[in-house]
Structures are given as structure tokens and as C-alpha cells.
Design a binder for this molecule. Structure first.
Ligand SMILES: [Zn+2]
Length: 98
């Protein structure tokens, strides 16, 4: 679940060729997600996430959970809703396309 977008500022120091220390800052945008599998809140930097996926149209799973296991459980749930499990007699042509 997508929660919010945060902006962070990091301060760094570098030494100039004359030995003076100068501070400079770098802005960073991070997305806050809640894992749809375990419920843990986690952060991802904007560069690592497709901006189109920063919505609730997609499921989000943290790095500790098994993504493939979660996707499979969702598939089982949806097959039960649409009653298209392996024992069904529906052909692919009968499945409504939305
Ligand atoms: Zn998780």
C-alpha cells in the first residue's frame, strides 16, 4: 500500500584543495509503502521505483517477504472469486474481459 512521498535533505562535507571544509546538501525523494503481506512500513527511494507504481493500483511487498509467494496467494484468491480454478469447465473465451 502506498502511503506518502517524503523529501529528505542530506548534508555532506568535502575538503577543498586549500584544506577548507565546505558543506553541501543533496535532496532525495522517498516513497513510503506499507507491505501488503506483513504490514511493515518501508521506504524506497524514488529512483528505484517506477513513478507509475507509487499508487494504490499496485500491491507492494517489502524486501523481507517472499514476493512470488505473495503473488501466488493473490492469484489463488482471485481464482476463487472468479471461480476459474483448475477443475472449472470454463474455457478462456468465456472469461469476461474488462
Ligand atoms: Zn512484508
Amino acid at each position: 500500500m502506498f502511503l506518502e512521498t517524503l523529501k529528505t535533505i542530506r548534508l555532506h562535507k568535502r575538503q577543498s584543495k586549500l584544506g577548507m571544509y565546505h558543506t553541501f546538501k543533496r535532496k532525495n525523494t522517498v516513497y513510503v509503502f506499507k507491505c501488503d503481506c506483513c504490514g511493515m512500513v518501508f521506504l524506497r527511494s524514488r529512483g528505484r521505483v517506477d513513478p507509475a507504481r507509487a499508487t494504490n493500483d499496485y500491491k507492494h511487498v517489502c524486501s523481507l517477504c517472499d514476493v512470488k509467494k505473495y503473488a501466488q496467494s493473490i492469484g489463488v484468491k482471485m481464482r476463487k472469486i472468479y471461480r476459474t480454478d483448475a477443475s472449472s469447465t470454463h474455457s478462456i473465451g468465456d472469461v469476461p474481459v474488462s
